[in-house]
Design a protein around this ligand. Structure first.
Ligand code: BV8
Length: 228
């Protein structure tokens, strides 16, 4: 990594799989019989807030039963040691990157451990169950919702992500199927700006053809090997 100074890492559900968090499109990629795409939309939140809030309450509660794995820990070591620019953009809503010690980190699809007020936009740390109609302590509206980017909603910090990709010398994608945009398009953006591109994934993904190099295997092995 001699001439490389600025690195962007994109992670997906595959980086948390070895911690025991189910991926979305693996075997049994359904939740209580619902397609993931059907419980992760503003329409679903309006139509059945109890179902959607419960989907996130269960996943938030499960965070206490899992630990960061070797991939999270290796990325945190890279974060501490890397002298150049580094940004870990995660599609995941779990808190395992933080708990492993990563700091230069951004959740583009929100976080389980945060609640968002649909009325005033204030967000706050949230670790317990979040019943529909919970009151916002900033504006008083009974409008707290999971702080999650649903399908059809704009991911967070897109301008910052795109500006960082434009300056990247290396773009590394870890544990994602390349099924969801705009995240799935980052490799093409980074490549167009001249970055080198590397994919670390258990199997070939929808985006594999866009990477200069793809290494196949579990993140818990590939990521420490790459970081070292
Ligand atoms: C947007 C948060 C525009 C929630 C997620 C029609 C209508 C509406 C929208 C669209 C449409 N057509 C297209 C779109 C755009 C849409 C989209 O891309 N849809 C897809 C289905 C076609 N995207 C959006 O809607 C996005 N917003 O476009 O906004 C806009 C513009 C202006 C103004 C307003 C709006 C927002 C999408 C965000 C949705 N939220 N997550 C939650 O987590 O509950 S998406 C969710 O799925 C993830 O966050 C991630 O982004 C995505 C993909 O999941 P992965 O992380 O890749 O996981 P997956 O299971 O798929 O794959 C795991 C991979 O890991 C596999 O490859 C596997 O091989 C590998 N693996 C497994 N084990 C391991 C491993 N690898 C290594 N080691 C292992 N051990």
């Amino acid at each position: 990594m001699s001439s490389i100074r600025n690195i962007v890492v994109l992670t997906g559900a595959g980086v948390s799989a070895e911690s025991g968090i189910a991926t979305f499109r693996g075997p049994g990629g359904l939740w209580e019989g619902h397609r993931f795409e059907d419980v992760c939309t503003p329409q679903a939140l309006t139509a059945d807030p109890v179902l959607v809030h419960r989907f996130y309450d269960l996943r938030r509660a499960a965070l206490g039963e899992v630990e960061p794995n070797a991939a999270h820990l290796a990325l945190a070591r890279l974060d501490r040691a890397w002298p150049g620019e580094l940004l870990i953009v995660t599609q995941n809503v779990d808190d395992l990157h933080e708990r492993a010690g990563a700091r230069r980190l951004l959740h583009m699809h929100g976080e389980l451990t945060s609640a968002l007020c649909a009325a005033c936009g204030v967000r706050r740390a949230w670790h317990a169950a979040l019943p529909p109609g919970t009151q916002c302590d900033a504006c008083g509206a009974a409008a707290l919702r999971p702080d999650i980017v649903f399908f059809g909603e704009m991911p967070y910090a897109m301008e910052r992500i795109e500006a960082t990709l434009a300056e990247a010398d290396l773009f590394v994608s870890i544990g994602t199927s390349g099924a969801v945009y705009p995240a799935a398009g980052f490799v093409q953006l980074a490549g167009a700006y001249g970055a080198d591109t590397l994919e670390l994934n258990l199997e070939r993904s929808a985006g594999s053809g866009f990477f200069a190099e793809t290494r196949l295997g579990p993140a818990g092995e590939l990521v420490p090997d790459w970081v070292e």
